[in-house]
Design a protein around this ligand. Sequence first.
Ligand SMILES: Cc1cc2nc3c(=O)[nH]c(=O)nc-3n(C[C@H](O)[C@H](O)[C@H](O)COP(=O)(O)O)c2cc1C
Ligand code: SF4
Ligand code: SF4
Length: 596
Amino acid sequence: MDHKPPLTPMPLDVLLGRVAYEWGTRKRIFDLPIARIFNVSEGPDLTMSFLGRPAATPVGPAAGPHSQLTENIVLSWLGGSRLIELKTVQILDELEIGRPCIDMQTIGYNIEWSQELKIPQSLDEYVKAWMMIDILTGWDELKPYLGDDPGPHIFDLSVGYDLAGISTPEVGAYIDSMVDAGAVIDRFRPLIPEPFTEWRDYPFKARIADTATLSTFHGCPPDEIEGISKHLMTRHSLDVIVKLNPTLLGFDNVGAIVNDELGFDEVRLRQSDFDADLQFERGIELIEELESFAAENGRQFGVKLSNTLVVENHKGWMPDETMYLSGPPLHVVTTTLLDRLNRALPGKLRVDGQDGSVQVSFSAGLNKDNMAQAAGLGLAPLTVCSDLLKPGGYGRLKPMLKNLQKAMEEAGCTDLNAWHRHSQEAAQAESRTGAVDAYVAGLHDPERNEVYRKDGNLKLPRAVEHDLEMWDCVACNFCVTVCPNDAFFRLATPEELGLDARQQYFVLVELCNECGNCLTFCPETGDPAQIKPRLFTDPDRFALEADEQAFLVLQGADGYAVKSNQQAGDENAATLTTALNGEEPFPLRVAQLTSD
Ligand SMILES: Cc1cc2nc3c(=O)[nH]c(=O)nc-3n(C[C@H](O)[C@H](O)[C@H](O)COP(=O)(O)O)c2cc1C
Ligand code: SF4
Ligand code: SF4
């Protein structure tokens, strides 16, 4: 790529129009089927407290690709997330991110360390999502699947990466607008289309967020972390979580776990990265200092364990020299760090059934198999990134929540507090000091930790020997579900086209940032985001495109029409026009075809 592929967020009327249309024709919302919508009113109560605020479940997307665009946030919420850690916003909003930037082939690696939207665009995306969640909550069509009351949800700001940037008028104005979004909400009201127009006068709450998770970049000095946290608490009156890096555990300890114990001998840690990061003793001081500063200022404080692990890029699939590790091995590193912090700060952390003043948010290799146990430790919220980038995507949230509820039911626990007590008692019955100690001991037991070891993570995504083509493929649907932006969609193949597959696949280029995740999971050879029909709905964006695979979708008098960069008579354009006007027509509202 020699240019930054611009993400072009969709306007609120287009998004809501798509919801109504897709629901009416396919009973899906942004490609998520009914069966994957989570109903909080069924099963044990999963309500958690986040810095004193209730959320109806403790689960949500970690700051990352699942919380950047409006539709991502809505998808996360439909899947059962009630704590949305928004994609990190920082002052440098015109950075070039190398592509591909996500590699989930086995465990997780990425180089996507910054937001891709301009700051005002991020604000709009979050406000649109906030409004859409209220609208969908009240929409009668969804009540049988979501329940009458989907319960409270929280939008948690994520900001980075230095005090100078966070103190700029631009970032300051962004935070202020999230704390009081009244003006932005009013700007969007007239855009609410049929059949949702009754929500134009709805009293949407203007206070979208009043908590922030500070994402500390590798190498961020401790004084800087302290300064930013205090700035957020005093200048913006936010309650604050500091997201710590796994380097806090120390070079030798992390190496012993990742390289030796878990067997990821190819992972290359660099001493210099650990030296540049917060050291354990200073980390303890920092937590104590910020906890008392918060208490003096009437604010709440917590820590998040953890960010990704900085490593040398040994694979070369993504372009940068450095990449960031996530997924199963990070789970072992981060829970070990939790155990160590818990011992060094007796009674302070709100885990192990302790009523500590420091909340512990968590993200590191969570999935449906370990969610229940992690929730039992007292960790909240439990946020996920890598697992949602695997086939099934946002649809993987519901099984995580269902497994948690099942474990609680089996133990006779009706709410999360009872589940914490149960986990604590079970650990003590095994002569462990607490639930964290017991859990971490299991993760280091070679008899029990195969799923976290290299030999338990060797399986590659399915592959077939066939070159991917524009039309037809094995139609596995992976490109649809692994895309965090819902940039892929499928349509039933009209019979008259004479194609083999029952479904055809298309990419909405304006939502694709060329992250590479569909390329990893497509079983055929080739990049779906480049080979499948590349559709534009915005004429201005299409005008910038010379690509011969690109098509602009327009609304003609007799249905959808397409414009391509090929000369007249392009066979693919004719096939595409038929596909878009089939039994399941193209689900988006688009510009009218004009005579030119
Ligand atoms: C593709 C990708 C992008 C991410 N972007 C951010 C980000 O913008 N801000 C942030 O604080 N963390 C970011 N993270 C880190 C996640 O929030 C999370 O802490 C980490 O991936 C560990 O969780 P996991 O093992 O479930 O992926 C990102 C992770 C991935 C994989
Ligand atoms: S279409 Fe593929 S490359 Fe584009 S954003 Fe989605 S997963 Fe990434
Ligand atoms: S393009 Fe690839 S990932 Fe998408 S449905 Fe076809 S075979 Fe599956």
